[in-house]
Write a new protein. Structure first.
Length: 368
């Protein structure tokens, strides 16, 4: 039983990181200011993620009007929406483009908050909530991929679920059961089939949105209660009012981003970037399509998996995933300069592996 002083310390820890007494119109709107400095642009990245998330929610609801979550009808319901529903293709296109934008800006937001040391006390919980949002967003991408139930989606999902079996062979003792149980829970049976589709659908449209709403609510409220972090070494000399000045600028950035998305979705079908026909319905006796690849935002783990031994990637991913949660404490004493170097290295890795992953793969594998 912890002593009262331990409870007091826990209470103080949470009150400092989530000061509910500031929950007033005066504190959150009238008095709030935003620092102006050479890195102020970083403050817009979180808002952009929010914009694309809202677009996902709205377009996702419209997609639900037509989508049938059954192995027999999923593919044809998408086909119908694309070719026979007025603006159906546009709707799908916006959902796909906006998912990519959301993940792109999420990675930028993650890297800028790292470089600006925004996780510094008292914002550790804001950061932890952010890491959870990062994982949830990638899970959205993974579960959404299966829903059209086409040849490529089903086979790619099989490959990922199969890698859990592979992971279990490298884990010691009772821990080895964990990936197998996760696989069974997701798959809902011996192989990928209707139970898998039902589960992925429920996770994608109910479970993840609920979890995201709760964690994002905490993330945004903590940012409001604590105010924007300083972001640079010497405290800013100038500040602007959050309302209306910063909000108006934020809305202008949203307007530009929305129109860019709108015109891209109108003029370039997202599927044109994919090297295989997305619409081919799943056929259980058909072959696994050659060269199946995940969406671009999974390349950072897909190409290393293709090139390096599985246990290396498994160990690396585990360390990185745990490390992400510990960043506020691991880098407590690091300078912004060192963190910026780390963020730039991370950005370069992501850019190089995403753009040149295939070439690197061919170079290493001798053109195979
Ligand atoms: C769905 C995903 C997310 C959304 C919608 C979101 C949204 C936001 C917004 C609107 C802000 C305030 C404006 C800004 O500083 O950019 C913010 C701040 C912040 N976010 Fe996120 N965020 C998400 C994920 C993340 C992730 C993945 C991290 C890092 C692991 C993170 C860390 C932070 C931190 C530390 C702040 C405070 C910044 C400051 O005070 O200067 N967020 N977020």
């Amino acid at each position: 039983m912890p002593s009262p002083t331990a409870w007091e310390r826990i209470g103080r820890f949470f009150r400092e990181r989530f000061p509910v007494e500031k929950l007033s119109y005066d504190e959150l709107v009238r008095k709030k200011t935003v620092p102006i400095h050479r890195r102020s642009w970083g403050y817009y990245t979180g808002g952009l993620v929010l914009l694309f998330l809202l677009i996902q929610v709205v377009t996702g609801i419209f997609l639900l009007f037509y989508y049938e979550p059954t192995a027999t009808d999923a593919s044809s319901s998408i086909e119908y929406l694309t070719h026979y529903v007025p603006n159906g293709e546009f709707l799908r296109n916006i959902h796909a483009w906006s998912a990519s934008f959301m993940i792109g800006f999420l990675l930028l937001h993650f890297l800028t908050t790292l470089a600006m040391k925004s996780f510094e006390r008292p914002r550790e919980l804001t950061w932890l909530a952010g890491v959870l949002l990062l994982f949830l967003t990638f899970t959205f991408g993974f579960t959404g991929y299966l829903l059209p139930w086409n040849q490529i989606a089903v086979n790619a999902t099989k490959v990922v679920l199969q890698s859990l079996v592979q992971a279990s062979t490298f884990l010691p003792g009772g821990l080895a059961r964990l990936p197998l149980d996760v696989r069974l829970a997701l798959q809902g049976g011996e192989s990928v089939g209707q139970p898998t589709l039902s589960r992925f659908f429920a996770i994608h449209v109910v479970l993840l949105p609920v979890l995201l709403a709760i964690i994002l609510g905490f993330h945004l409220l903590s940012v409001q209660l604590l105010g924007m972090s300083q972001g640079v070494d010497t405290p800013a000399k100038r500040y602007e009012r959050f309302f209306p000045s910063y909000i108006l600028k934020d809305l202008s950035v949203w307007t530009v981003a929305f129109f860019v998305l709108f015109f891209l979705a109108l003029s370039i079908p997202f599927a044109s970037f994919l090297p295989y026909p997305l619409t081919e319905p799943f056929y259980a006796l058909g072959p696994t399509p050659a060269g199946i690849k995940p969406e671009w935002y999974f390349y950072f783990v897909y190409y290393p998996l293709e090139l390096l031994p599985f246990p290396v990637i498994l160990a690396g991913m585990t360390v990185i995933m745990i490390g992400l949660f510990l960043i506020p404490w691991m880098f407590r004493k690091s300078s912004r300069r060192a963190l910026t170097a780390l963020a730039v290295a991370g950005a370069l890795y992501l850019l190089i592996i995403t753009i040149f992953g295939h070439d690197i793969y061919q170079l290493v594998r001798g053109g195979s």
